[in-house]
Design a protein around this ligand. Structure first.
Ligand SMILES: NC(=O)c1ccc[n+]([C@@H]2O[C@H](COP(=O)([O-])OP(=O)(O)OC[C@H]3O[C@@H](n4cnc5c(N)ncnc54)[C@H](OP(=O)(O)O)[C@@H]3O)[C@@H](O)[C@H]2O)c1
Length: 166
């Protein structure tokens, strides 16, 4: 089961100004990559705060939302990451997209179940806000690919290495 984080970040390291700030500030290239990769996976996992910033569930993808309460039209879960991924694998999924926000990215990264991070760095500054991760961690990454969009965004792909010396 391949598990990837997909996120867009400002040049100063923020994914949002605050928890109800939607990710509408990203460029065309990031949006295109997001749609392609999440549709390829077929299943997206996100936290309730992120889900609330969307007008509707992401179409043509199974939407799984971390929420203690049921939500109409989507699946909800409270399972630890490894258990949820095991269930999805049993359902036939080969790839899963972790779509944020900060709480969910942190939970999956700390569980060491993330293989790949697709990170877009947009040429914009927020000065303060929500960081990609919100807890202390120390993991090495390997840069697999990098590309620059017409609007000056950097589209990066990293793999996570949990076995190396920290
Ligand atoms: N730039 C980007 O690429 C990007 C991508 C995604 C999101 N975002 C932004 O990130 C922000 C949201 O991030 P966030 O950290 O505030 O929230 P979040 O990660 O989207 O969601 C946190 C929510 O998930 C629930 N949750 C977490 N763990 C749970 C568990 N084990 N069981 C049940 N429910 C659980 C929490 O419920 P409880 O409160 O009940 O614990 C909380 O409501 C938004 O502004 C969004 O736009 C940016």
């Amino acid at each position: 089961m391949k598990t990837f984080i997909i996120a867009a970040m400002t040049a100063d390291g923020y994914i949002a100004k605050e928890t109800n700030h939607g990710a509408y500030w990203t460029g065309k290239a990031d949006k295109k990559r997001f749609v392609e990769l999440t549709k390829r996976a077929g299943v997206v996992i996100m936290g309730f705060n992120t889900y609330k910033t969307l007008p509707r569930p992401l179409k043509e993808r199974v939407n799984i939302i971390y929420s203690p309460e049921p939500i109409e039209g989507v699946e909800t879960t409270t399972l630890p990451p490894a258990e949820l991924l095991k269930n999805l694998e049993a359902r036939g999924f080969k790839e899963v997209a972790i779509c944020g926000g900060s709480t969910i990215y942190t939970m999956f990264m700390k569980a060491k179940v993330v293989d790949t991070i697709y990170l877009t760095i947009e040429p914009i500054l927020f000065g303060s806000g929500l960081r990609l991760f919100q807890e202390d961690m120390l993991f090495h990454l390997k840069l697999v690919s990098s590309a620059e969009s017409e609007s000056g965004a950097l589209l990066l792909e990293y793999t996570a290495n949990y076995s190396g010396n920290l």
